[in-house]
Design a binder for this molecule. Sequence first.
Ligand code: ZN
Length: 154
Amino acid sequence: MRTKKVRGIARDTLQFILEASRSSLPMEFAGLLSVEDEIITEVLILPGTESSRMSALVRLYMLPNMQVAGSAHSHPSGDLRPSEQDIIFFSRTGDYHLIVGPPFDFQSWACYDGSGRRRDLAILDVKFKDDWFDDEFDDDIGEESDDRLNEGRR
Ligand code: ZN
């Protein structure tokens, strides 16, 4: 399965991965990344640990129309380098692989290609459909809430 062109990852999607990884502690979080309009916008959560990930992957590949761009998982140790098992997994799962670690902020992640080499991945501000709702009601909400709602758009 070939990956289409990828321009980057949506900021909200990266934030979701970071938050899910933090709340999975002390366990590892793992998911597959899917692409829409050349942007990584979706995470399909994979059960299990590094060693059991491959069997979950095989099952997912049986789903029709699944466009897998790569994967994302956490290293609770904070060492963002891929393990040997990771690199085997990366080579079968697409071209963009995120590893995140504590403190799970926008600096504590790295992206690798299918052979485990570091690569750049842009963080893109994408307007999701439900932003519409926020825009409509911005005027009625106090300043503090406005800051929170606007976070995802910068
Ligand atoms: Zn790993």
